[in-house]
Design a protein around this ligand. Sequence first.
Ligand SMILES: C[S@@+](CC[C@H](N)C(=O)[O-])C[C@H]1O[C@@H](n2cnc3c(N)ncnc32)[C@H](O)[C@@H]1O
Length: 192
Amino acid sequence: MEFIFPKTFIPKRGENVYEPSEDTFLLLESMDEKDLKGKVVLEIGVGSGIVIYNIFKHTSYAYGNDISRDAVRFAKKNLKDKGKIFISKGTEAVKLNNIDVIVFNPPYLPRDEKRTSLENAFSEEECNKSIKEIMMKISKINKNIVFYFIVSSLCEDKNAIIEYATNLNLKIKLVDMKKLFFEEIYCFKVWK
Ligand SMILES: C[S@@+](CC[C@H](N)C(=O)[O-])C[C@H]1O[C@@H](n2cnc3c(N)ncnc32)[C@H](O)[C@@H]1O
């Protein structure tokens, strides 16, 4: 979909919030507006709030969470009184029966013991686990939830993700990809 990127979504140094980057833009470009129109959408890991801000152009029912208090504060400020942004992890505290679409641009830096706890929240281990947990939940629920997510070649082999989804009897499509300097990033769509 087409998107806009107001400057208020660029965090200042020290604000401890993920700055919208190539992966953010890939996710925004890859989402089909038809999947969002009038739907109940949950964004996991809102960061600056730029993704959910653009989702609001297609639906009034968008919710977002983040494990980082700084991100939730920053996104809430950007989104004003629109949507409900709350602190939580993955799909914990979310009733999936009420959700039509989930979007997630997960953390994917390799884990490094020298990093702060916030930086380690962006770790590879967390990335793989969260994506797989969500797919598992979607496969078990009696509802067709559409799931858009980003994977980096630094984090997981894309064929492993395809195999994981297929083994859960989910449909999976590689919607788009970008080649960056030291990695490739992919946007997948999963549904039943
Ligand atoms: C790569 S950033 C993406 C931010 C924003 N969605 C974007 O695309 O620019 C990942 C965000 O997810 C949050 N996060 C990481 N693991 C999470 C989890 N398990 N549940 C919720 N949020 C998480 C991080 O704090 C961070 O804000």
